[in-house]
Design a protein around this ligand. Structure first.
Ligand SMILES: C[S@@+](CC[C@H](N)C(=O)[O-])C[C@H]1O[C@@H](n2cnc3c(N)ncnc32)[C@H](O)[C@@H]1O
Length: 288
């Protein structure tokens, strides 16, 4: 397969979202099927529906879940369309659902413009059936819009400098690869600590390309509608913008009761084994 994505908070997800009573469980971000295969293995009677917008995820998940073929249904789709997807397969109610946000390893290492050194087309789409790419954002957005998304989706305090550097550079040549974009950002924002100076700008552009925050709000709001009473929803987020949305949707929903007053985080040994689990936060709510 040539790729390994280590699923985060595996025990915590499973013990909080799944039980012997769970009949239908949705993995809304099936990715490499790390969580899904673990849950299918542990609960022999459960049926799992796995969604992912990314073609590659479905390929990998299909292979990984071969042994569970009779209990796993994999569908390529966006979780913003959760209700329509479930209706299309005749499912009206579910007992649990997981959203594991962010990128999977196959996306980060896939030369798709998500990584600073990618010397290929500046893409960043999760779903390649969509036509809008990071190239469009970087080369077509106005200075104001570029600055705005970097402030709103990246909380980037040097947004004005980075936006100006992008606009100046593209007057000479279009910015066509992630590597070129990182070089432009590095000129506008010097490296100070361990974190790459382009981290926040890349996050912002990726969120814009994939409408990540809007989809998240729709996805979890609609999930609450289709959950059976006592059904559980869990969301693993990786940055404060996502976590804030999850916390607020849980709090303001008339259907959900928050189970995790504080988010569940990875313990020391998990972080040691998988450093990218450091920023993961799991919040859980239950349908009343
Ligand atoms: C962190 S990975 C999930 C990893 C998975 N839990 C595992 O154990 O391998 C996130 C996945 O969510 C998918 N994704 C992100 N936003 C999505 C959306 N709105 N609809 C469907 N899939 C989405 C990505 O394509 C990616 O494969």
């Amino acid at each position: 397969m040539g790729f390994t994505h280590i699923p985060v908070l595996l025990e915590e997800v499973t013990s909080n979202l799944v039980s012997e009573k769970t009949e239908i469980f949705v993995d809304a971000t099936v990715g490499g099927a790390g969580h899904s295969s673990f849950i299918l293995e542990r609960y022999g009677n459960l049926r799992l529906i796995g969604l992912d917008a990314d073609e590659k995820a479905l390929e990998i998940a299909n292979e990984k879940l071969t042994a569970f073929k009779d209990r796993a249904t994999l569908i390529r789709g966006n979780f913003k369309d959760l209700k329509a997807i479930l209706t299309s397969i005749g499912v009206s109610s579910i007992d649990g659902i997981l959203f594991d946000l962010g990128l999977s390893t196959y996306q980060i290492t896939g030369n798709r413009g998500f990584s600073f050194n990618d010397d290929t087309f500046l893409d960043m789409r999760m779903d390649n059936r969509e036509s809008f790419t990071a190239y469009d954002v970087v080369n077509r957005y106005s200075y104001e819009d570029l600055k705005g998304i970097m402030e709103d989706y990246g909380e980037e305090y040097k947004a004005y400098r980075i936006a100006k550097a992008i606009v100046d550079e593209r007057k000479k040549n279009p910015i066509s690869t992630a590597k070129e974009l990182s070089a432009v950002i590095l000129k506008a924002k010097r490296r100070t600590g361990k974190i790459h100076p382009a981290t926040k700008a890349f996050q912002a552009i990726r969120i814009e390309v994939n409408s990540e925050l809007k989809n998240l709000t729709t996805g979890i709001t609609d999930a609450a509608d289709v959950l059976a009473p006592q059904g559980r929803i869990g969301v693993i987020s990786f940055h404060s913008l996502e976590d804030r949305i999850v916390k607020n949707v849980f709090k303001t929903s008339s259907l959900l009761m928050t189970i995790t007053k504080k988010p569940i985080k990875a313990g020391r040994s998990e972080i040691k084994q998988n450093p990218s689990s450091r920023s993961a936060k799991l919040r859980v709510a239950e349908r009343e």
